[in-house]
Design a protein around this ligand. Structure first.
Ligand code: SF4
Ligand code: ZN
Ligand code: ZN
Length: 335
């Protein structure tokens, strides 16, 4: 636990009732018991979505679930407030990257949570879809695993959302991650206009699903405590490729240090940096000449990576299989 909402020493009372506090929420100057802490996080979550109209026009949402505390807390809160938020259908999508024990655990944890919540979940197995695990695809394409992973996950999540006719894909990115990567972009690219933050990126119907970030103003430390106190089972093992480079770590540590001295700093900063609460569809989106999915040039990143790795673009194959799986999933309710 790094900063804000930290577990608290025994004997401190909740600011809202007589029970013992389990968390100190420094930026709100509150000590909260388990129930009041969960209620507080959920209230902030719902209020943000309503105030910023994040779910405007969204009835059917696909949640990208990895098995970690962020995406699972997101799924739990969306499921709990489904009616209040005007959602009609929530689907989970999980991508099994074929990374041995960590992938097996993630799949099991995701399915268990979805079943508990009554959320239909579609698991896509990368090996069954294209014949390669993430590690194999990364090695033969000679591209860093996390970069290949990002491309694969974005591509497949979009495919599923488009095939399901969903209004948006929800991602579990929280305040700390969003800020950290925005500042990294600025430092590495050296352009102030690299920071373009928004919790909603509109899509293009039938091609590119809208992307939403409902945890945009939720601190990572709040999510860690929330998942624990809400009894959410999350993955214990981590991805074998998990790695934080020096620049990212330095930015995280700097932001944490400032937050420690000035609680609420990160929240204020993300609000100041947000250029729009709803970004329009990206300009210049074309259709990949192989698979027909969104692309900034003639060929989409997924087809490029797979063509580089195996000599032919695997987008068309993956798309046909996903279409089949989604059809069966929609008819059956789970896959
Ligand atoms: Fe993907 Fe693992 Fe990298 Fe995360 S750490 S982006 S799961 S390869
Ligand atoms: Zn209380
Ligand atoms: Zn393609």
């Amino acid at each position: 636990m790094r900063d804000l909402s930290s577990p608290i020493e025994r004997g401190v009372k909740c600011s809202k009732c007589e029970r013992g506090a389990v968390a100190r929420v420094k930026y709100a100057k509150l000590n909260l018991c388990e129930d009041h802490f969960k209620e507080y996080v959920e209230k902030r979550f719902v209020e943000f979505l309503e105030k910023r109209k994040v779910l405007e026009g969204v009835r059917k949402v696909v949640v990208a679930v990895s098995g970690g505390k962020d995406s699972l807390s997101l799924l739990h809160m969306l499921a709990k407030y489904k009616d209040k938020l005007g959602l009609e259908e929530i689907y989970g999508i999980h991508i099994d990257l074929g990374l041995g024990a960590s992938s097996e655990e993630a799949r099991e944890v995701v399915l268990e949570n979805c079943e508990k919540l009554g959320v239909k979940c579609l698991v896509l197995d990368l090996r069954s879809l294209i014949g390669y695990s993430l590690a194999e695809l990364s090695a033969i394409s000679r591209r860093p695993p996390c970069s290949v992973c990002g491309t694969v996950k974005r591509y497949l999540a979009n495919l599923v959302a488009v095939e399901l006719g969903a209004d948006a894909i929800a991602f579990g990115h929280h305040l700390d991650d969003i800020l950290k990567y925005a500042i990294k972009d600025l430092l590495v690219e050296g352009r102030a206009d690299m920071i373009k933050l928004s919790p909603v990126s509109e899509g293009i119907r039938g091609l590119l699903a809208s992307k939403i970030k409902p945890l945009y103003e939720i601190y990572e430390s709040d999510l860690e405590l929330y998942a624990r106190h809400a009894g959410i089972r999350t993955v214990k093992s981590s991805c074998p490729f998990k790695y934080e480079d020096f620049i990212t770590r330095s930015i995280r540590e700097m932001l944490d240090k400032i937050e420690l001295e000035a609680p609420g700093f990160k929240l204020g900063l993300i609000r100041r940096l947000t250029t729009s609460w709803r970004e329009g569809p990206p300009a210049g989106v074309a259709s990949c000449k192989y698979c027909g999915m969104p692309s900034s040039g003639e060929v989409c990143s997924f087809c490029k990576i797979t063509a580089r790795a195996v000599g032919k673009p695997l987008g068309p194959e993956a798309r046909a299989k996903v279409r089949e799986l989604v059809g069966a999933f929609a008819a059956r309710g789970s896959a």
